[in-house]
Write a protein that binds this ligand. Structure first.
Ligand code: ADP
Length: 511
């Protein structure tokens, strides 16, 4: 491949990059999701544990009113209540549980007067009396997060408890450190952050390797395709029998090469045919001229040689004209000039033109035409088509035979049929008669028929196809032939049809 291939524009690079990007997005997305889930689980676990501790605390903590101590009690900062923790002090488990409860703990009265507070809670900061009063009024559990001066996060659960007589409300808050959970989260985040580039690198390498493997056969196909030229079109790209998209591509490619090979073959055949066709009259002209130059003595002999040469030159120019027209038609240079017209008079004119040659050949020429038949056609090409068909029919029908032209306007098509009672075409030749220069060998049909160029029917087929129509041949050797052309019906249009001047037919016979 001569074109320079840029690495970054290559399919392999782009596929790998796309794959890596997708991989990265997936990794980051999953990591974020998992982190979220982990944080949620840790948090709800801490909530549950604290809720249990709160319930346990309510069982151990008892608040009772102190007996009145007279005058001095009025100067006490907090009301005369005493909090006691009642549990089995001999049981190490209970002892440990209560100790843990009291590590982060505060007890105040309804006005916010602190009755008991742990050192840790003190360092976190006791709630303002207003907050405490609001919590007591609300009567609902209060959850909050605070941090110690050392930055350790705490989850606090606060609420209302009552003294043993159930007369006065008190504010109690217990808490537990959340640093373990935070640590787990951090560890997880770091671990994943370290893992992502590593996984990404592995993903890129794997993607590069896999796309390389997938694309290797594509490169093989490209290399094989490169080695195929006009001279070795018989080469085919071997399929891998994997039945995948690539095999389908190879198959499509091979079919394309096959079509190219056929086209090349046709072109070669055509060149050979043209050379052959041109050589015959040229050799004849040369012969005539040699006769004139070396052996002719009388004026009549000169005249004969010149006349014969002229006939051959006419045949030569006929071939060249026909070839030019055909190549113009097939290369799309001959655009159809379609107009809406009445086909009946057009067909009638052509049939009338062929009456004299038909009489000369002692063939009965008849037609069956409707009074009117609207069609959208290129008039010149249609006349050319009909002239070729009629000329063939007369040429291949011996004296005493009949040629009949029928025009029918059906709802789905317009049909033009040219039928003769001539010598017919043997079945094996029918698929080839529309090929250029194809002529059925004279001994197999009409030995008397004058050989044509073998180009007329190619042109007839092109005209039918260019009009969006079809052509059908029914033939029986010794009985006759019928060519049926089906053209698409004219669109319903009220516009007046183009008047057809009589005797204006101009279809040149090519065959
Ligand atoms: P040409 O008539 O110049 O030979 P065409 O392309 O018109 O070339 O026709 C190709 C061949 O088809 C003819 O050579 C002839 O053998 C056969 N053919 C065409 N029309 C008829 C017909 N009406 N009856 C019998 N054979 C026909």
């Amino acid at each position: 491949m001569s074109a320079k291939r840029h690495l970054t524009r290559g399919l392999r690079f782009r596929l790998t990059a796309g794959y890596a990007l997708l991989f990265a997005l997936l990794l980051v997305g999953t990591a974020a999701l998992f982190r979220e889930r982990l944080a949620y689980t840790l948090n709800s676990e801490a909530h549950d544990l604290l809720e249990q501790e709160w319930a346990a605390m309510k069982g151990y903590l008892h608040i009772e009113r102190l007996p009145a101590r007279g005058h001095a009690a009025e100067h006490e900062p907090c009301p005369p209540f005493k909090a006691t923790w009642e549990y089995d002090k001999v049981d190490p488990d209970e002892d440990f549980a209560v100790e843990r409860l009291r590590r982060v703990y505060v007890l105040t009265d309804a006005k916010g007067c602190v009755m008991e507070v742990s050192t840790i809670y003190g360092s976190i900061g006791i709630e303002q009396p207003k907050e405490i009063e609001a919590a007591i009024r609300g009567g609902q559990p209060v959850w909050k997060r605070s941090a110690s001066p050392h930055g350790i996060p705490y989850l606090i659960r606060a609420g209302v408890v009552y003294d043993d007589k159930h007369h006065s409300p008190f504010y109690v808050a217990v808490g537990r450190p959340m640093d373990e959970g935070e640590k787990i989260l951090k560890r997880y985040t770091w671990m994943y952050a370290g893992l992502i580039p590593f996984s990404l690198l592995c993903g890129c390498l794997l993607g590069w390797f896999l796309t390389g493997r997938v694309l290797r056969p594509v490169m093989q196909v490209a290399r094989t395709a490169q080695s195929i030229t006009g001279s070795n079109l018989s080469l085919r790209i071997p399929t891998r029998a994997a039945g995948d998209e690539l095999d389908y591509l190879i198959l499509t490619f091979n079919r394309m090469i096959e079509r190219l090979e056929n086209s090349f073959q046709q072109i070669r055949q055509f060149s050979t045919d043209v050379s052959h066709e041109l050589r015959t009259p040229i050799t004849a002209i040369r012969g005539q001229l040699e006769v004139a130059l070396f052996t002719a003595k009388t004026v009549d002999q000169y005249r004969d040689a010149t006349l014969n040469s002229l006939q051959d030159i006419e045949r030569l120019s006929q071939i060249v004209r026909a070839l030019l027209l055909l190549s113009q038609a097939e290369s799309g240079q001959l655009a159809l000039q379609k107009t809406r017209l009445d086909l009946s008079p057009v067909v009638r004119d052509i049939v009338d033109q062929f009456q004299i040659p038909a009489e000369g050949a002692r063939v009965e020429l008849s037609s069956d035409l409707p009074p009117e038949c609207a069609a959208e056609v290129d008039r010149v090409q249609l006349e050319r088509m009909l002239s070729n068909l009629l000329s063939n029919a007369l040429k291949f029908t011996p004296a005493g035979g009949r040629v009949h032209v029928a025009l029918r306007s059906l709802p789905e098509a317009i049909e033009i049929a040219v039928e003769d009672t001539g010598c017919g075409i043997p079945e094996e030749h029918i698929p080839h008669i529309f090929e250029r220069f194809y002529r059925v060998p004279a001994q197999e049909t009409c030995a008397t028929a004058e050989p044509g160029l073998g180009l007329g029917l190619s042109f007839v087929a092109w005209i039918a196809k260019a009009h969006g129509g079809t052509i059908r041949v029914d033939s029986a050797p010794g009985k006759g032939t019928r060519f049926t052309i089906s053209l698409p019906p004219a669109m319903a249009e009220p516009a007046p049809m183009e008047p057809v001047p009589t005797g204006a037919a101009s279809g040149a016979v090519l065959g």
